[in-house]
Design a protein around this ligand. Structure first.
Ligand SMILES: [Zn+2]
Length: 100
C-alpha cells in the first residue's frame, strides 16, 4: 500500500515534469509572439505618432514639402500627405524644407 502511494507520487511528479517539458516551449513561443506583437504595435505607434512630421508631395514632384502652402506647389497640383519616413526617393524642398 505504501509502495503504491509512493508510486503514485512519482507518477504525479513525472506527469508534472512531462507537462512542464511539453508546455515550456509553448509558453516561450507564446511569450515571444506576444513580445513581437507588442514590438510591432509599439513600432506602429511610434511610426504614426502625432509628433512625427507629415509632409506634402505630388506624385510627379521630386521634392516633398513641409508646408502645404509652399509656393513651389501649384494650385492645380494634387497634393498628398504622408509621414516623412514613409516617403522615399524624394528630396526636401528648398523653399520650405531646406533647413530640415
Ligand atoms: Zn516646398
Amino acid at each position: 500500500m505504501k509502495r503504491d502511494t509512493h508510486h503514485r507520487i512519482t507518477d504525479k511528479i513525472s506527469t508534472i515534469i512531462a507537462y512542464a517539458v511539453l508546455s515550456g516551449p509553448i509558453i516561450i513561443l507564446v511569450v515571444m509572439m506576444a513580445l513581437s506583437c507588442y514590438e510591432k504595435v509599439r513600432g506602429t505607434i511610434t511610426f504614426h505618432s502625432p509628433f512625427e512630421k507629415k509632409v506634402y508631395y505630388t506624385v510627379d514632384g521630386e521634392y516633398y514639402h513641409v508646408s502645404k502652402d509652399c509656393p513651389v506647389l501649384k494650385d492645380g497640383d494634387r497634393v498628398y500627405s504622408a509621414y516623412r519616413k514613409e516617403l522615399t526617393g524624394k528630396t526636401p524642398c528648398e523653399e520650405c524644407a531646406g533647413s530640415d
